[in-house]
Design a protein around this ligand. Structure first.
Ligand SMILES: Nc1ccn([C@@H]2O[C@H](COP(=O)(O)OP(=O)(O)OP(=O)(O)O)[C@@H](O)[C@H]2O)c(=O)n1
Ligand SMILES: C[C@](O)(CO)[C@H](O)COP(=O)(O)O
Length: 334
């Protein structure tokens, strides 16, 4: 659990300036993927995609796990509160989920002693559109996510669990993971309704049915299985992916899996493994843009560079369209 005190958090909260908040909202309103930037008519495509997404149901509750103590990062305030491009680090995830059309509400999980500061000095300053609930963190990430799940509204069909320590997440990536789970759930429902797997095979590919999906990227280093410093084997890299968040599941299923995990005393480091170990089918959705976790101090420097680049590009895009970075909505109306 975080040993952060209310005073510590208050001290770190450089009040978001109007300029930093406007810059943040401009870059999040215009997700600029590196891949997309290489294509022509980028902004038009992005705008059209977001318009399509606006027609998708807001059926997913975001759970932002912000209850860690950041031992590896080493800052006594907790890495989720340190300033990143003018805002407390966890603000960036909150803004991205607020922007994603499928998200109906947000649960912030944080340590009890900082809850009031998080509510008043971070969340309320962001002027989010979606309702925000709070849950009290547990001793481990697994316990914190469970607390967040219990606080999520029962009418949310899906949940998207995300590390507050991954501030580079963008609405576009959130939507892609939710869309995959939604499609997989529909395939499962169609198969059940059709009565027999032979019938289902006519309309639904068997591997379309999934119980969850996570953002992830293929491993890029050569991997070694090591015992006592001795290399045992070099597994085929193509089979290995690095897990990210968000991780999206049907709310009822992940809740049930958490209940069972507690009975079985199953301890995991991410929500997908809790599901996999109980036989559920989870898929990876390739992560296109940087979405690394801020774990050690160097990660914060990299995150600052990536965000500054996104902000600069969003400002340039707004200028190219005759708008301004501080007024992205007006620029989007043409
Ligand atoms: N009891 C915990 C532990 C972690 N987390 C959250 O889970 C995410 C990923 O965990 P990690 O990077 O391990 O964060 P910390 O536990 O804070 O870091 P460390 O392991 O270095 O102490 C973070 O957003 C962290 O705030 C949480 O909500 N509750
Ligand atoms: C959930 C996670 O971010 C996936 O990469 C990760 O497992 C968090 O915990 P970790 O202990 O830092 O791996």
């Amino acid at each position: 659990m975080a040993d952060t005190t209310s005073t510590d958090v208050a001290a770190t909260l450089s009040e978001p300036t109007t300029a930093s908040l406007a810059a943040a909202k401009s870059v999040l309103a215009r997700p600029c993927s590196y891949a997309e930037r290489t294509r022509t008519h980028t902004q038009t495509k992005t705008r059209l995609r977001l318009q399509n997404q606006a027609q998708t149901p807001a059926d997913t509750c975001a759970i932002i796990a912000a209850g860690g103590s950041g031992v590896r990062f080493g800052d006594p305030r907790g890495k989720q509160f340190v300033p990143l491009c003018g805002l407390p680090l966890m603000s960036w995830s909150l803004l991205a989920f607020d922007e994603a059309p499928s998200i109906s509400s947000i649960v912030v999980v944080c340590a009890e002693d900082v809850l009031d500061d998080v509510r008043e000095k971070i969340v309320s300053k962001l002027h989010l559109h979606k309702p925000v609930w709070f849950a009290i963190a547990g001793a481990t990430r697994q316990d914190s996510c469970y607390a967040g799940l219990l606080r999520s509204p029962v009418h949310a069909r899906y949940v998207a669990i995300h590390d507050a320590a991954r501030p580079l997440i963008q609405a576009d990536a959130i939507e892609r993971v939710i869309a995959r789970v939604r499609a997989g759930a529909v395939a499962g429902a169609e198969r059940t309704a059709s009565g027999s797997s032979a019938d289902a095979a006519l309309t639904v590919a068997p591997n379309d049915t999934i119980d969850g999906a996570i953002l992830a990227h293929p491993a890029t280093d050569t991997l070694k299985l090591v015992h006592d410093k001795r290399i045992q084997t070099t597994p085929p890299r193509a089979d290995y992916w690095c897990a990210e968040t968000p991780q999206v599941f049907k709310r009822a299923t992940i809740l049930q899996a958490n209940h069972q995990a507690r009975v079985d005393e199953l301890i995991v480091t991410d929500d997908a493994s809790l599901m996999e170990q109980q036989g559920y089918i989870i898929e990876v959705v390739p992560s296109v843009d940087a979405n690394f976790k801020v774990t050690v101090p160097e990660d914060l420097i990299l995150a600052e560079v990536v965000l500054q680049d996104r902000i600069a590009r969003a400002a340039q895009a707004a200028a190219d369209e005759g708008g301004s970075a501080g007024n992205p909505t007006a620029a989007d109306e043409d």
